[in-house]
Design a protein around this ligand. Structure first.
Ligand code: DSN
Length: 418
């Protein structure tokens, strides 16, 4: 501590080199993972702040440690901004992640052994919505609704029929790979009819909701969870929002001491900045571009013969259906990595080969749009995807294609002042 201050490069060169390599990877390639994004340079810098040194178990003014006066102000600021952004009555900004937020929300809304009903992971859901390998499938009696086989879309009548038969304590709406709008009002009607609580996990679409490009779940859900780092473009972390004051003690207690210890106050500082950035007009313009880009990408892919789940997209992501093609999702993902494009394999509805072989590839436009790419670049990206798929066996072709990908990425510099 008493040594002279040294830049990381001199203090720990091994670690510095890893950071440099990761920055280079992000700069050089095209990021199409639908749950990833690039934060603003200010937000990136903001995560490294002195609140990392502070313990603050509890809530503002009700802490288990001294020295929390400034931390209290910080957390109040983050809470106020989150509530304003999403028009919610209450917010807890402490969840370390979306999974932590879901674990706390379920703890508050249900008791172990209760029945929960969520979207099947294999059809677009999330691990924490009842998967047998996750706490949610081990603690609760988890059942799943799917999507319609023909359309790939949620069939609300089928969800209602399942809910009537199962009488779940909690219905979970929200998805990690669903390319269409979700009707939260319909989920609300279903949950009220069967006397269930409605939990909405809006992690993927939080940025769209903040920008009014997807209907908000807030008026309809008992509790809304989200990550802060996907379309919302903040630091890695989670958030819970709700309107009903009667749920406040249970939700807050489920976060701490229920499922977490000390909150990450330095990340809460960056969440506060994220909520500010997301409330600005430029953020709405950005989200509109994300959606426009995704539609444009989908249209070119379809025109070039790719099949998409539901035939297209309403949001920031699309799912390529590879069931009838030469490559599995994993093969396609790995081949894309050779040309400096990052995406991820995904199960798709009706995938007979899952979970051992996945037949889908999930693509999102949030990160490339953050770099400033627009419709013309989407045309190039669609062509890269199709050409990689068609030439997956041709090493020389892929090497040349990689150079084209790098050239496109270079035209949209990432963190140029670093
Ligand atoms: N792992 C995230 C995603 O990729 O969608 C969800 O938590």
């Amino acid at each position: 501590m008493n040594k002279p201050w040294l830049p990381l490069q001199e203090h720990d060169n091994e670690l510095f080199q890893l950071c440099e390599r990761e920055l280079l990877r992000q700069r050089e390639g095209l990021e199409l993972i639908a749950s990833e994004n690039f934060v603003s340079p200010q937000l990136l810098a903001c995560v490294a702040n002195p609140f990392t040194n502070k313990y603050a178990e509890g809530l503002p003014s009700k802490r288990y440690y001294g020295g929390c006066a400034v931390t209290d102000e910080l957390e109040r600021l983050a809470i106020a901004r989150a509530k304003r952004l999403f028009k919610a009555e209450f917010a807890n900004v402490q969840p370390h992640s979306g999974a932590q937020a879901n674990s706390a929300a379920l703890m508050a809304l249900a008791a172990p052994g209760d029945t929960i009903l969520g979207l099947d992971l294999a059809q677009g859901g999330h691990l924490t919505h009842g998967s047998p390998v996750n706490f949610s499938g081990k603690l609760y009696r988890a059942h799943f609704y799917g999507v319609c086989k023909e359309t790939g879309r949620i069939d609300y009548d089928l969800v209602a029929a399942q809910a009537r038969a199962l009488k779940p304590k909690v219905i979970i709406a929200g998805a990690s790979s669903y390319p269409r709008h979700i009707d939260f009002e319909a989920f609300h009607s279903i949950s009220r009819e069967v006397n269930a609580r409605l939990l909405v996990d809006m992690a993927h679409i939080a940025g769209l909701v903040a920008a009014d490009l997807h209907a908000s779940p807030l008026p309809w859900a008992d509790a809304v969870t989200t990550t802060t780092h996907k379309t919302l473009r903040g630091p890695r972390g989670g958030l819970i929002l709700w309107d009903d004051v009667e749920l406040t003690p249970a939700l807050n207690r489920a976060v701490f001491p229920g499922t977490q210890g000390g909150p990450l106050q330095h990340v809460i500082a960056a969440k506060a900045l994220c909520f500010k950035e997301a409330s600005e007009a430029a953020f709405r313009t950005y989200q509109q571009a994300v959606v426009n880009n995704c539609r444009a990408l989908a249209a070119v892919l379809v025109a070039q013969g790719m099949q998409l789940v539901t035939g297209g997209t309403d949001n920031h992501l699309l799912l390529i259906d590879l069931r009838h093609g030469k490559l599995s999702g994993k093969d396609f993902e790995q081949t894309l990595e050779r040309v400096a494009i990052t995406a991820n394999k995904n199960m798709i509805p009706g995938d007979q080969r899952s979970p051992f072989v996945t037949s889908g590839l999930r693509i999102g436009t949030a990160a490339v749009t953050s770099r400033g790419m627009g419709i013309a670049a989407m045309g190039s990206i669609a062509a890269f995807l199709v050409r990689t798929h068609e030439n997956h066996n041709n090493a020389q072709y892929l090497d040349e294609l990689r150079q084209e990908v790098l050239a496109l990425a270079q035209r949209f510099p990432l963190y140029p002042h670093w």
